[in-house]
Write a protein that binds this ligand. Structure first.
Ligand code: FAD
Ligand code: SF4
Length: 511
């Protein structure tokens, strides 16, 4: 048995051959370790496709490493946790130094640090160079700020990295943000022909993983039948190339639009490849900038897309590490209700929820507005315990890793941290969903009805939420209009809304 001087841990979401962990490897003295842990698949009730994606991408990466001659120990299907396997390997092989890139999950980072202390070994935890903004840089930016807003951080990133900045140092097109142009619904007749996302053949490695997951986790939610995710860097690059050539042109304008049986819209579907580190955000941004000129795309679509990568993605990661572990515990509104069972099955009479959850179970994917304004909006209005909601998001999306899932769910969708980095709670009634989709047309409820049998539960719960939190919404200039509209509803009808909402909240499972 080899006794490596340095054991280099590569986690399942660190699949980058150019990573700093691999840079100084001495094949004679060092060894890489990759660990498949059942614990990771089970600590939340993970979607089958999410488990399969991680395992397949890890196995493909391991085979690349082996082809390149890296010394690798690959631990398959361990029933132990990552840290338990590490401990066993370190002790058995008398390792004195453990190297890893900082994990994207706070709990794992803490556990690895604790292990190295317990065993008295040297821990070399390297910065994750995948991101534009290092954790320290974000901490410096955040210092002395009481409120954290994406917009200012994003402008800083644009300037620092000279992205969409013209020759005079001003933002391209004279504006930092084209958000207003990027909120259109599909035309009344529907989205028309959308170029389908590229999908990848299942090779023997993926097939073996799919069989394994089907056999080992048959009771986990979701389906494996539509598994089409990129699992190698080559595939991820093809997905990027295809997106910028065919789908980017309409990304911006229809970014918020929803339509029955249109799971991907014009979105990039690159989040899982980015989060597994098969793609680097810099090459994604570069490809988008090249496509802008090559295909004469609208600046609004290009800016809208780059804002997601250079802005939101970096920003939420910074906030996650700044606010953990508190972020996972926050519960601003003290909501306590359990998650309705149908979040795991999609079996609800609400057509919008059925569609968003249905496609999530099928693919492990829903786009941003479905996550924020359909499933997230409902969870906030229905006063669900934030931790139960966060667990669902972490389990059910193939791109879910805690550093990106938690701030989006707890911070953005649920306002669980009281608005540390959002200027208002994101709530909406059925009217918003009606405007942005065709869901309501096939629904047994009516979006404009506020109480009674036909009332849209989202509309009832929206007004109920405003009634309950009237003061907070009135004192915020960004939500004052909502309470102004509430004033137009008679006291008698407000009373009926509250009563109907109480009935709904008492039995969310029957909706
Ligand atoms: P596109 O719409 O094409 O956007 C391009 C890329 O920008 C994405 O691939 C992603 O990398 C990045 N991006 C866009 N919005 C965000 C954002 N708000 N935060 C961080 N990055 C963003 N994203 C995840 O990657 N993992 C998650 O677990 C996750 N959980 C979410 C939970 C909730 C409640 C909400 C509201 C959003 C969540 N997001 C998450 C952000 C966003 O919804 C997804 O990144 C996006 O839907 C992925 O699809 P796409 O690749 O087609 O993205
Ligand atoms: Fe959703 Fe309400 Fe519209 Fe039904 S009526 S689809 S519940 S918004």
């Amino acid at each position: 048995m080899k006794h490596p001087e340095r054991l280099v841990l590569i986690l399942g979401d660190q699949l980058d051959l150019r990573s700093s962990a691999l840079r100084d490897i001495d094949p004679q003295k060092d060894e890489i370790i990759m660990i498949e842990s059942a614990n990771e698949a089970q600590y939340v009730w993970s979607h089958q496709a999410k488990i399969a994606l991680f395992l397949s991408a890890m196995r493909h990466f391991a085979s690349e490493l082996e082809k390149l001659g890296y010394p690798l120990t690959y631990v398959k299907n361990s029933p132990l946790s990552i840290v338990e396997v590490l401990k066993e390997q370190i002790l058995r092989r008398n390792v004195k130094c453990l190297v890893c890139i900082e994990p994207g999950e706070w709990r794992l980072k803490q556990a690895i640090e604790a292990l190295s202390k317990e065993l008295g070994i040297y821990l070399e935890m390297l910065e994750d160079e995948h991101f534009y903004c290092s954790r320290n840089e974000f901490i410096e930016w955040a210092a002395n700020k009481k409120e954290f807003r994406l917009e200012y951080f994003y402008r800083l990133m644009r300037k620092k990295h000279q992205i969409l900045i013209d020759g005079d140092g001003e933002p391209e097109g004279g504006q930092w943000n084209f958000d207003q142009d990027n909120r259109k619904p599909y035309p009344k007749k529907g989205p028309g022909i959308i170029d389908a996302p590229v999908s990848f053949e299942v090779d023997h490695i993926t097939q073996e993983v799919l069989d394994f997951v089907a056999k080992t986790y048959p009771n986990h939610p979701g389906s494996l039948r539509s598994f089409h995710w990129p699992v190698t860097r080559d595939q991820a690059l093809k997905a990027l190339e295809y997106f910028v050539e065919y789908r980017l042109r309409n990304f911006g304008i229809y970014q918020d639009a929803m339509w029955v049986d249109t799971p991907f819209g014009w979105h990039s579907i690159l989040s899982s490849a980015l989060n597994l580190k098969l793609l680097n955000p810099r090459e994604v941004v570069e490809a988008v900038l090249v496509a802008w000129k090559k295909y004469s795309l609208d600046l609004s679509t290009v800016e809208g897309f780059i804002r997601q990568i250079l802005g939101w993605r970096e920003f939420v990661r910074g906030m996650y590490f700044l606010d953990m572990p508190k972020m996972a515990e926050d519960n601003h509104y003290q909501h306590k209700r359990p998650l309705p069972q149908w979040y795991w099955t999609g079996q609800t009479g609400m057509s919008c929820m059925r569609d968003a959850i249905g496609q999530t179970l099928k693919y492990g994917y829903a786009h941003h507005i479905q996550r924020l304004m359909v499933t997230g909006n409902f969870a906030l209005l229905a006063e669900i315990l934030p931790q139960a909601v966060c667990e669902w998001y972490l389990a059910i999306y193939v791109d879910a890793i805690e550093w990106v899932e938690l701030p989006n769910t707890a911070g953005m969708a649920l306002f669980a941290n009281g608005g540390r980095f959002t200027s208002k709670p994101y709530i909406a009634s059925g009217a918003y969903i009606k405007r942005m989709s065709n869901y309501c047309g096939s629904c047994k409820y009516k979006p404009e009805v506020r109480f009674g049998e036909e009332a849209c539960p989202i509309t009832t719960l929206y007004w109920n939420f405003l009634i309950k939190h009237r003061k907070q919404f009135e004192s915020n200039p960004r939500t004052r209009l909502m309470t102004a509209n509430l004033k137009k509803i008679s006291d008698e009808d407000q009373e009926k809304i509250s009563l109907h909402a109480k009935e709904l909240l008492n039995d969310l499972d029957v909706l």
